[in-house]
Design a protein around this ligand. Structure first.
Ligand SMILES: NC(=O)c1ccc[n+]([C@@H]2O[C@H](COP(=O)([O-])OP(=O)(O)OC[C@H]3O[C@@H](n4cnc5c(N)ncnc54)[C@H](OP(=O)(O)O)[C@@H]3O)[C@@H](O)[C@H]2O)c1
Length: 351
């Protein structure tokens, strides 16, 4: 027997919980696909529904300076001539209430007939906590969070929305980017590649490593890694975000990295910068708007980063012990929370 449609949330709007949950998933998928493309802004996705729960428009924030997800979805709906039909908006992040490079999204929603707004995560920015909720509710709109959905997937959807903006939350609350270490270990647990090799993990691990790089706004490395491997630090095994430019932060107190390496990095589209210390580097990267930093360094700098406490997550690719077997991937969080990295999202991004 088909599951009955549960009560609509808003008088006159016939929306089933299943449709709202599906729209939440779609908004998350759209946003995850842009993770790494939007700094210093967070990735956001938005889906607009009519009174029967049909999708009218969907959009994600593409990059800083571009339209926010809600404004983009509203514009699409308007262009299609269906904005008058829009009754609900499902958005992965609380709509902004401040005037930035673009007008506030809370106001843009209020200018429509949308009666129900369902939000994935509260805005973590300390400048106006809960203000988007207040503005919308104050104007008589019904506002719910993903947690409020009476659906088996509600918690998973809400957690995904929170995870999506974790680098942004880290940047605005702690004043430094979210720091991920990427570490490859041989079967014997060494980071040093076998003679005359630069890599030793499987094709899948290498693709995952490039997916991590794709999302990073900056790569942080040490002089030892550069002198040993002359690494390109470009995104090659997966498609990159179009036009994305990354900072390459090089810790090099003794200035051993030659000018020629800086020139070649620039020629590859990177922005190399030399630093004397980890804290100074992270401070500068944060000031430059980086949300995510990927540490790709040898054992000396890896150890220093782990000891400093200035990191959030480590992704360890452990080489398989027998040929043909899969590498083991371990994800370690400094704070013991659920891992941020989830390679299913990368699969989605790259689909
Ligand atoms: N398996 C992996 O995941 C992986 C990844 C990358 C590289 N590697 C391998 O690692 C090897 C190189 O190892 P490595 O340890 O020499 O390279 P590294 O950790 O990348 O670089 C070490 C250098 O970074 C500089 N540095 C600047 N600030 C530092 C700080 N606060 N703490 C520590 N170091 C700082 C130091 O030079 P100054 O004193 O001049 O500043 C130090 O000698 C190569 O064989 C490479 O293939 C492996």
């Amino acid at each position: 027997m088909a599951r009955p449609e549960r009560d609509p949330y808003v008088a006159g709007v016939l929306l089933s919980i299943d449709r709202l949950a599906a729209a939440a998933q779609r908004a998350l998928d759209l946003a995850w696909a842009k993770a790494g493309a939007t700094a210093p802004n967070p990735p956001v996705g938005c889906v607009l529904l009519d009174g029967a729960g049909e999708i009218l428009a969907e959009a994600a924030h593409q990059q800083a300076g571009g339209a926010h997800a809600e404004a983009a979805a509203i514009a699409l709906c308007r262009t299609a001539g269906s904005l008058n039909l829009a009754r609900a908006a499902v958005v992965t992040l609380e709509p902004c209430s401040h005037v930035g490079r673009t007008p506030p999204c809370a106001d843009a929603l209020l200018a429509t007939g949308i009666e129900l707004i369902i939000i994935g995560a509260p805005d973590p920015h300390p400048r106006a906590p809960g203000r988007g909720f207040e503005i919308l509710e104050g104007a008589g709109r019904r506002v719910l969070s993903f947690w409020d959905l009476d659906h088996t997937q509600a918690q998973r959807l809400a957690r995904s929305a929170a995870r999506l903006i974790e680098p942004f939350a880290c940047a605005v609350r702690r004043g430094r980017p979210f720091v991920t270490l990427k570490t490859a270990l041989t079967t014997k647990g060494s980071m040093i590649p076998p003679f005359a090799q630069k890599t030793f993990t499987s094709e899948t691990s290498l693709a995952h490593a490039h997916a991590l790089r794709r999302r990073a706004d900056a790569i942080l490395t040490g002089s030892g890694c550069i002198l040993a491997d002359d690494p390109a630090f470009t995104v090659r095994r997966v498609p990159d975000h179009p036009g994305k430019r990354r900072i390459l932060a090089i810790l090099d107190r003794r200035r051993r990295v030659p000018d020629a390496y800086f020139a070649s990095a620039r020629a590859r589209g990177l922005e190399p910068r030399r630093y004397e210390g980890l804290e100074a580097a992270l401070e500068d990267l944060g000031a430059a708007g980086a949300l995510e930093v990927l540490v790709e360094a040898g054992p000396t700098l890896r150890h220093a980063v782990l000891k400093s406490g200035l990191w959030d997550e480590e992704v360890i690719f452990q080489q398989a012990t027998s040929p043909g077997a899969a590498d083991e991937t371990r994800i370690v969080r400094r704070d013991g929370a659920a891992p941020f990295v989830d390679f299913t999202h990368y699969t989605l991004e790259l689909a």
